[in-house]
Every structure is written in structure tokens, then in C-alpha cells.
Design a protein around this ligand. Structure first.
Ligand SMILES: *Cc1c(COP(=O)(O)O)cnc(C)c1O
Length: 433
């Protein structure tokens, strides 16, 4: 086990107070700070399989799993070895390596819609660059996105919900110029009419539609029958590009991502998370003619000192090979189903309304009644109840995503025994909601 030696239990409150003196909000990514659920965040020093080891001396059964990359749980032996070996050969060269070509070939094999790609260091960077490619290729500025879909924190797509109606974007974050946000049109997910209206109002001006084909960043939500097909049809007709953000779903819902499940061929695909095997990595790619606008082939500049970093590429390649060879998808889906069934039983018994939406190894328990089909229905969830559930579970050694509107994950390292522990903890936690 990857525990620290001499692991003296420490107070999370003390560590957090110290962290806040040097790091903004004590963290390097906001949701880690537990603002949404309240309380003191977890500081972690290690993990093994399905478990996290925290600085309070306790182990936690992990359903957050670093927000998605860890298909095999923490510190899977083959991934550790691949990264260690790459590190020993030299961690970065700023020159091309064959290892990048090997990884690119694996990604192309899994995603036939990708003819050419470019690797980056994060999903945000890949999404941002895909937006640039789409604009450069079409010579148009506007991008349609869906309320509740997240494409990273870059300026022009950091625009979330208008309430239902098709609205020109208003920035969701301070520091995003109104003029940038105004290049984004936000429409409700699953609303083809709103998409049609946006195209009607902005004839010949829309470069692309960005979509998470199975949204996971407002919790797990499904595309209605015909919705993704409709986006494909409309974008073709309007000579705009369809961009699938599969940073979560790629290699997650199946090896070839959501586009394989729904049999839709997007023009561009954005990837991240799993393809780095737990190291910083992203990629975007798609049609050869579109991707050829990117430098050095074309006029759209995009670069990165650590892009295609050898250590990340080695870990990512090892991850994809494990996924290909061990084919864990069926087993992981069974585990997630088992967990979701357990949670349903617990909620029925306790009378706490719960709607669970899941596909494969990812799921979201929404604290509400009824279906979640878009951002507006997701917002009906009881955030405070989720917070109480979260802390009930944490107290009992189970770590969940510290926010209601997120996907939880199981890994191939989780066992039925682990899930029984979690379901037992949920039964007790629900008594406190
Ligand atoms: C996580 C995520 C991103 C951003 O990736 P980072 O590596 O965090 O920059 C983009 N799109 C989706 C769908 C994501 O889930």
C-alpha cells in the first residue's frame, strides 16, 4: 500500500488553514475546496486501487477517482511502471517522439472519426484549440454550447446557463470579456428547436456546436432519441462543425466513446482525462481538412512546451493498452449497476427522493424526483441534501465527488465488498438527511 511511512494523523483543518496562506482558497482547482458541500476539504497523500489515503490517517473508498482518469483505480502497477520507465529515459525533450505516434495511432483506432490530431496538456487546452480550429476552418466566430455542458475554463466557452431561452452568452466568470462571451450562444440541452432558432438568427455565422454527447458536468444526463442525430443533420446543412467533447466519455462509456454508442461521426473530438493515464494530457482531432488549419500545416497557431509529454504519453499508452486487453467495461458497468441499485433501495427505505442516472461506470444520484434531461431540471436537485449525504459518507470512510452536479465513478479495482461497504454507509447517511 502506498501509505506514507510515519503517517501521523493530522488535522485537516490545520492543513487547510496553512494551505490557504499560500494557495488561492487552499487548492489548485476550485471544487476541491468543498465549497459546494461545506466543511474542510480532504488532503490526500496516496492511493491504491479503490482507496485514497488522506492526511488524517484514514483511508477512503474513492468514487471521485480524480474526476475520471482512473479507470483502474489508484497506482495500477503497469501505469506506474510505464511512467517510471519514461521518466528514467528523460522526462521531456521538446522534440517529437515515436511514442506520441504510437499513442495517436491507438486513439485513431478507437475513434475512426479522428484522422489527424494534436496532443495538449489538458482537456481545457484541447477544447480551446478545437474552438480555434473550428473558427479558422469555417471563417466564422460564433459557437453554440449547451447550458450545463463544461468544456474547460477557457474564456469563450465559460458561459453556462441562460434560463431556457436562446440567449447570446453572458460571462459565467469574472474576467471573461463580454465580447468573448458574446461569441457563444447558449441553448438548453436536448432542445433541437433552440438550436434551429440559433442558426436562423445567426445565418452563416456559426462555426460549430460544442457538445458533451453524454453530459456529465451537470451530473449524468442522456441525449434524447434523435438529439445528437439532429445536431449532425443541422451542422451538415449549415456547413458548421459538430464537436464532441468526449473528455469524460472517451474510453469511459466504451473504448470508442459516446460516438461509437450513438453511431455519430463528429467533425472534431476533444479528449482528455483517461488518455493521460492519470497524468496531464488532452488531445483534439478529427477531419483531416479541418485539422490541417493548425500550425505548422495551416495558419491557426497552437503549441505547447510539454504537449505530448513523454511521461504522460507513456502512462496514457499503457492505460489504453490495459483497456484494450483487459476489456473492463462490462465488469465496471456491473459494479456501477450494483452500486446504483443499492442506493435506490436505500433511498426508497428512507423516503429520500433520489433519481440515479448512469451509464457504464459513471453515475449521478440526483436528490430530486423526476427525470433530469437538461440544466434546468438538474438545478432542481437538493444541493443541501447532497451535502449532508456527502458528509455522512465521508465520515464513514467513503469519498464522493464534492458537489451534486458531477459524475461519480467506479473503477475496475472496486469490488462488490467495497460497494457493500458504501451501500451500508449510504443506508446510515440517508437516515441523517
Ligand atoms: C474535465 C473536462 C474538461 C476539462 O479538462 P481539464 O483537463 O480539466 O482541463 C473538458 N470537458 C469535459 C467534458 C470535462 O469533463
Amino acid at each position: 500500500m502506498a501509505r506514507l511511512k510515519n503517517n501521523q494523523p493530522m488535522s485537516m483543518k490545520k492543513i487547510f488553514a496553512r494551505a490557504r496562506k499560500s494557495l488561492v482558497g487552499g487548492v489548485n482547482s476550485p471544487v476541491r475546496a468543498f465549497k459546494s458541500v461545506g466543511g474542510t476539504p480532504l488532503f490526500v497523500h496516496g492511493g491504491s486501487g479503490a482507496y485514497l489515503f488522506a492526511d488524517d490517517g484514514k483511508s477512503y473508498l474513492d468514487f471521485c477517482l480524480s474526476w475520471g482518469p482512473l479507470m483502474f483505480g489508484h497506482a495500477r502497477r503497469e501505469l506506474v511502471k510505464a511512467a517510471q520507465d519514461a521518466m528514467a529515459r528523460g522526462s521531456t525533450f521538446g522534440a517529437a517522439t515515436q511514442a506520441e505516434v504510437n499513442l495517436a495511432e491507438r486513439i485513431k483506432k478507437a475513434f475512426p472519426s479522428i484522422e489527424l490530431m494534436r496532443m495538449t496538456s489538458s482537456g481545457t487546452e484541447a477544447g480551446m484549440s478545437a474552438a480555434r480550429a473550428a473558427r479558422a476552418f469555417t471563417g466564422r466566430d460564433l459557437i453554440i454550447k449547451f447550458a450545463g455542458c463544461y468544456h474547460g475554463h477557457f474564456d469563450s466557452l465559460l458561459v453556462a446557463a441562460g434560463s431556457g431561452a436562446t440567449t447570446l452568452g453572458v460571462p459565467d466568470s469574472a474576467g471573461v470579456p463580454k465580447s468573448f462571451a458574446a461569441t457563444t450562444i447558449v441553448v438548453p440541452f436536448n432542445d433541437l428547436k433552440a438550436v434551429e432558432n440559433a442558426f436562423k438568427k445567426n445565418k452563416g455565422k456559426i462555426a460549430a456546436i460544442f457538445v458533451e454527447p453524454i453530459p456529465a458536468n451537470m451530473g449524468v444526463v442522456f441525449p434524447a432519441k434523435g438529439f445528437l442525430e439532429g445536431l449532425r443533420r443541422i451542422t451538415k446543412r449549415e456547413k458548421a462543425l459538430l464537436v464532441f467533447d468526449e473528455v469524460i466519455t472517451g474510453f469511459r462509456v466504451c473504448y470508442g466513446g459516446a460516438q461509437t454508442i450513438y453511431k455519430i461521426k463528429p467533425d472534431l473530438t476533444v479528449l482528455g482525462k483517461i488518455i493521460g493515464g492519470g497524468l496531464p494530457m488532452g488531445a483534439y482531432g478529427g477531419r483531416r481538412d479541418v485539422m490541417s488549419v493548425i500550425s505548422p500545416e495551416g495558419p491557426a497557431y497552437q503549441a505547447g512546451t510539454l504537449s505530448g509529454n513523454p511521461v504522460a504519453v507513456a502512462a496514457g499508452t499503457a492505460m489504453l493498452d490495459l483497456l484494450r486487453d483487459e476489456s473492463p467495461y462490462k465488469r465496471m458497468a456491473q459494479l456501477a449497476d450494483y452500486m446504483c441499485e443499492g442506493l435506490r433501495r436505500v433511498s426508497l427505505r428512507s423516503g429520500v427522493p433520489l433519481r440515479i442516472q448512469s451509464i457504464g461506470s459513471m453515475f449521478t444520484p440526483f436528490f430530486l424526483e423526476g427525470e433530469v434531461t437538461d440544466y434546468a431540471s438538474a438545478m432542481k436537485a437538493d444541493k443541501a441534501a447532497y451535502g449532508r449525504y456527502f458528509h455522512g459518507m465521508l465520515k464513514r470512510g467513503v469519498y464522493l465527488p464534492p458537489a451534486q452536479w458531477e459524475a461519480a465513478f467506479v473503477s475496475y479495482a472496486h469490488t462488490e465488498k467495497d460497494l457493500n461497504i458504501a451501500i451500508g454507509a449510504a443506508a446510515e447517511s440517508f437516515q441523517e438527511i
